[in-house]
Design a protein. Structure first.
Length: 332
């Protein structure tokens, strides 16, 4: 006689057994997840450097679009390398020649037979490529005696100005301009007005270099600033030199009409001062050349870091520029 409950073959099913099995499986899963999290946390802690305070970790997270702001650079000051010269105003025109001609073009002066022409304006030569070599800062421009370079964008320098550049000559010829800026360059005795740096040889056979020349037909002025040191030959071949000229057109007291004072520096040291011509360049026809002019022989030389300011720099500012180039860590 049964009690109303049907028994299946194999015995009865206990619900408490099922509950035990489920709990066991859950415990195993929980242990595996906990172990995985522990391993990941340990790995993350090993990859992040701990701070000097015990038990703390410094974590830096770069969020998209929230990169640190770069400090603003004072665009009104000169920068040499990575050094901001706080006491030197930014130049009005700069040419650095770091492997390319920015705002400059190659020019030649040849006749129909391909020979060097005398009495002709240099013309752009698209089939002649500029040469570069190691410079004072980065690359420098090398002229091999077959071409010159015209600097573009230079305006008339009819007031005060300062010009500085690094220069190394393999050869130099009398009157051949290292750098020339002017207008109506071939209108001798007419409206010619220009400045230039070059070399001259005296009647006694003494080489004088560098010389700064100014010629202005409006006042029939032809002036030059020579080195006043006992040793007139201030520049040697195959050596870098930092040449600077300052012309102060505002300080003309006691000078003849159309004259100003010019100050010539070599490697930031004053080597000569004298009267120069106040120029009257035609703004529409200003030309600026390196290593070439309208008449004289070309030569081999290297140029770097040309700067032109439409104002007079002080001796301390000139020194700051020179020092920054020879000692990049220094600043003004």
């Amino acid at each position: 006689m049964d009690n109303g409950v049907k028994k299946e073959a194999g015995g009865s099913f206990n619900p408490f057994v099922l509950i035990g099995i489920v709990l066991g499986i859950a415990a195993v899963v929980t242990a595996v997840v906990a172990q995985d999290r522990t391993e990941k946390n340990n790995s993350a802690q090993e990859s992040v450097p701990a701070s000097t305070e015990t038990g703390t970790v410094q974590v830096s997270v770069a969020l998209p679009g929230l990169e640190p702001e770069k400090p603003e650079v004072d665009s009104s000051k000169e920068i040499v390398g990575d050094v901001l010269l706080s006491n030197v105003p930014r130049a009005d025109y700069s040419y650095s020649f770091n492997g390319k001609l920015d705002d400059a073009v190659v020019v030649t002066r040849t006749d129909e037979e391909g020979q060097l022409a005398a009495g002709a304006y240099p013309e752009m030569a698209e089939d002649v490529y500029p040469l570069f070599t190691e410079g004072i800062e980065g690359d420098s421009l090398y002229l091999d005696g077959s071409y010159g370079v015209q600097l573009l964008g230079v305006e008339a320098l009819n007031e005060s100005y300062t010009i500085s550049f690094w220069f190394r000559a393999d050869e130099m010829f009398d009157w051949s301009p290292f750098l020339m800026i002017g207008s109506h360059l071939m209108d001798v005795g007419g409206s010619q007005s220009y400045l230039s740096f070059n070399k001259k040889t005296t009647e006694e056979g003494e080489e004088v270099v560098p010389i700064f020349n100014t010629i202005d037909a409006a006042f029939n002025n032809s002036c030059e600033v020579r080195p006043s040191m006992d040793q007139k030959k201030c520049m040697e071949l195959n050596e870098w030199n930092y040449i600077t000229i300052c012309v102060d057109a505002e300080n003309v007291s006691g000078l003849e009409e159309g004259r100003a004072m010019g100050y010539l520096y070599l490697n930031s040291e004053l080597i000569g001062s004298d009267e120069v011509s106040v120029l009257n360049m035609n703004p529409e026809s200003v030309k600026a050349y390196l290593g070439i002019g309208c008449y004289d022989d070309l030569f081999r030389a290297t140029y770097d870091e040309i700067h032109i300011w439409k104002q007079v720099l002080s001796e301390s500012q000139i020194s700051s520029m020179y020092t920054a180039y020879i000692n990049p860590r220094s600043g003004g």
